[in-house]
Ligand binder design. Structure first.
Ligand SMILES: NC(=O)c1ccc[n+]([C@@H]2O[C@H](COP(=O)([O-])OP(=O)(O)OC[C@H]3O[C@@H](n4cnc5c(N)ncnc54)[C@H](OP(=O)(O)O)[C@@H]3O)[C@@H](O)[C@H]2O)c1
Length: 310
């Protein structure tokens, strides 16, 4: 990417992948979070700065210093279970950060990564014209943040993405994505319980990063809300089975269970997104968004290398 700089608020799974993608294209990228990310952004050509994005004064100072042309809001809290237990804190954090950046940087192109949890899960496919109706605290917090952002920063884009998956190392403190958790457990020969009544349209982390970078690059006006889901609608049990096959692990290790018995009980039954807009956007519609089998095949090699010794 040439000209101007990008500020990425949140240096977790999606923030880091987006920063890598942008830095590869020669962009000036700064990632911020309260604590440093596990992988130093310097190793892939980006920079990191400490910021609590709920602190308005610190945000103003940072924006005065960086003057970014583009901002990606991809911060937490992202743990659905934590948000359910702490609904007020979750909402306050998401709304405060959206409001702050909308107020302080209304002329930047701001992209906020949002979620399928803004829907109640009663429909098998949610496109941009579906009416949001969140059924959990995380979805309510994210929807309120979407509204806060669009109210004050009309050039902003809300990119709602389905369940994101990618590589995470075996020795991570905790695995942030379902694919990585499944892959590491299956590789060790451990059983994996996965709901057979929880539908999702998983989307590969690299594809999310590429679409986000293309939206940032896009010179023409964009619709305020876009959806990004993978092309396959699968249950978590089907998905875990695809992971097992790609790794060469026994598919019998995947134990299908009802969603209500798992930590996914508060998630919508259908966590699925489809787009009626994205495929027609110039420079974005031609990006290939890969399905779960291809995603699993691409990632398998990264999960089958030697694990670091404890
Ligand atoms: N992963 C998915 O499947 C998925 C799907 C749809 C939407 N999303 C959305 O995408 C966003 C990012 O998801 P993710 O999976 O990348 O999350 P993640 O891996 O949990 O990363 C969240 C990042 O936000 C930072 N953060 C949290 N509170 C902050 C604050 N007050 N100020 C500055 N940084 C803060 C965290 O670092 P510190 O705690 O050190 O500050 C961390 O770097 C979330 O908003 C989530 O709703 C994710």
């Amino acid at each position: 990417m040439t000209g101007g700089s990008t500020l990425i608020v949140g240096s977790g799974l999606i923030g880091t992948a987006t920063a890598r993608c942008l830095a590869r294209a020669d962009g000036r990228v700064t990632l911020v979070s309260r604590r440093p990310p596990a992988v130093s952004p310097g190793s892939y050509g980006a920079r990191w700065a400490a910021l609590d994005a709920t602190d308005v004064r610190d945000c103003r100072r940072l924006l005065d210093r960086l003057r970014p042309e583009r901002v990606v809001l991809v911060h937490g809290p992202s743990d659905v279970t934590w948000c359910e237990a702490n609904p007020d804190e979750a909402r306050a954090a998401h709304v405060a950060v959206a409001d702050t950046f909308a107020t302080l940087a209304p002329d930047s192109r701001i992209i906020m990564i949002s979620t399928d949890n803004v829907f109640d899960g009663s429909s098998a496919h949610n496109t941009e014209s579906a009416s949001p109706a969140p059924a959990n605290a995380y979805g309510r917090a994210k929807l309120a943040a979407e509204q806060a952002l669009l109210a004050k920063a009309p050039r902003s884009v809300i990119l709602r993405v389905s369940l994101v998956y990618g590589h995470e190392p075996a020795d991570a403190d905790k695995w942030l994505n379902f694919f990585a958790a499944c892959a590491h457990r299956l590789r060790r020969g451990e059983p994996v319980e996965a709901p057979d009544d929880h539908w999702t349209t998983p989307v590969l982390l690299d594809d999310v990063a590429e679409v986000t970078a293309a939206l940032l690059r896009c010179g023409h006006p964009l619709p305020p809300v876009l959806h990004l889901g993978g092309p396959d609608r699968v249950t978590r049990a089907e998905w875990a089975t695809a992971v097992a096959r790609a790794l060469g692990a026994p598919a019998e290790l995947v134990k299908p269970v009802p969603r209500a018995r798992t930590r996914y009980a508060s998630r919508p039954a259908n966590a699925c997104l489809a787009s009626e807009v994205l495929p027609d956007l110039p420079g974005i519609g031609d990006i290939t968004v890969r399905g779960v089998r291809e995603g699993a095949r691409l990632l398998a090699a990264r999960f089958t290398g030697p694990e670091p010794s404890a």
